[in-house]
Design a protein around this ligand. Structure first.
Ligand SMILES: Nc1nc2c(ncn2[C@@H]2O[C@H](COP(=O)(O)OP(=O)(O)OP(=O)(O)O)[C@@H](O)[C@H]2O)c(=O)[nH]1
Ligand SMILES: [Mg+2]
Length: 252
C-alpha cells in the first residue's frame, strides 16, 4: 500500500468531520490519476498499476465546515477484488470510474455497483464518473447514455479529466456536500463510524458556534447546487435524501 498527499494533512485532526471515500472501477480508467490530481495537482501519463490499495487525504471546507476526505484508491485488477471488498463497508462514498474511450469499462460499472451495494453500508453515496473526457475523438460512451444509466440506478454522474483537471475537485466536493447534508438531516450519525464518517477535534467548537437559526441557514445553503456544476452534473437522486425532502415538504 502506498500513499499520496501532504503528510501533515494525513495526521491533522483539526476538522469537523472526516469522510471516507473509496474509488473503484476497471484497470487503467484513471482512478489513481484522479486522486493524484485532487491531492497533489499533478498528472501522471504512465499507467503505474495500483497494487492492493493506495491512500490520499485532503482537508476541504464546505460552507465553512472543515472536512477531511480520506480516500482509498483501489486496484482495478480482478485478482485484488477481495481486498477491495473489505474497504466498502466503512466508506461513506463510492466513486465508480469508467473510461469514456473504453466501452467495456462502462459495461463493467454494473458489476462494481452490485459489489459495492452488496458489501457497503446502507447509506453509502455513489457517484459514477466518466473519466478521460479530454479524449473526445476516441469517445465510445456518450454523456447521455451514462447519464441515463445513473438516473436509472439513482446515483450521481459527472464526466472528468484527470489530465486537464476538468471537474476533479468538483467530484470530490459534491460528494462531501451530500454526506454533510445527510448528517445535517440526521440520516447519518457522524459518531457512528460504520457509516464511514467520524468527528474531529473541531466538532464541539462547530456545534457551539451554530445557533438554531444559523443551523437552519446551513441546511438551506447545503441544498444549493454549485453553479459551476450546472450542466456538467446530474443531480444525485439519492433515495434517502429524497425521502427526507419529501417528509420536510409535508411536515412544515
Ligand atoms: N488522456 C487521459 N489519460 C488519462 C486520464 N486519466 C488517466 N489517464 C491515463 O490512463 C492511464 C491509467 O491511469 P491510472 O490512474 O494509473 O489508472 P487506474 O485506474 O488507477 O489503474 P489501476 O491502478 O491499474 O486500477 C495512465 O496512462 C494515465 O496517464 C485522463 O483524464 N485523460
Ligand atoms: Mg491505480
Amino acid at each position: 500500500m502506498s500513499s499520496t498527499g501532504n503528510l501533515n494533512d494525513k495526521f491533522d485532526t483539526s476538522f469537523v468531520y472526516l469522510f471516507k471515500y473509496i474509488i473503484i472501477g476497471d484497470m487503467a480508467v484513471g482512478k489513481s490519476c484522479l486522486l493524484m490530481q485532487f491531492i497533489d495537482k499533478r498528472f501522471r501519463s504512465k499507467h503505474d498499476v495500483t497494487i492492493g490499495v493506495e491512500f490520499g487525504a485532503r482537508i476541504i471546507r464546505i460552507q465553512n465546515v472543515a472536512l477531511k476526505l480520506s480516500i482509498w484508491d483501489t486496484a482495478g485488477q480482478e485478482s485484488f477484488r477481495s481486498i477491495t471488498r473489505s474497504y466498502y463497508r466503512s466508506s461513506a462514498a463510492a466513486i465508480i470510474v469508467y473510461d469514456i474511450t473504453k466501452r467495456n469499462s462502462f459495461e463493467n460499472v454494473v458489476k462494481w455497483l452490485d459489489d459495492a451495494r452488496e458489501n457497503g453500508n446502507k447509506q453509502i453515496t455513489f457517484l459514477l464518473v466518466g473519466n478521460k473526457n479530454d479524449l473526445e475523438q476516441e469517445r465510445q460512451v456518450s454523456f447521455e447514455e451514462a447519464k441515463q444509466f445513473a438516473q436509472d440506478n439513482e446515483i450521481g454522474f459527472m464526466e472528468t479529466s484527470a489530465k486537464t483537471n476538468y471537474n476533479v475537485d468538483q467530484m470530490f466536493t459534491k460528494l462531501a456536500e451530500i454526506i454533510l447534508f445527510k448528517i445535517q438531516k440526521g440520516i447519518i450519525d457522524p459518531k457512528n463510524e460504520s457509516f464511514g464518517v467520524r468527528v474531529g477535534s473541531e466538532y464541539q467548537k462547530y456545534l457551539a458556534s451554530i445557533s438554531n437559526d444559523s443551523k437552519q441557514d446551513e441546511k438551506e445553503k447545503n441544498q444549493k447546487v454549485d453553479p459551476q456544476l450546472e450542466g456538467k452534473y446530474v443531480q444525485l437522486n439519492d433515495p434517502a435524501v429524497e425521502t427526507t425532502k419529501q417528509k420536510n415538504k409535508t411536515c412544515c
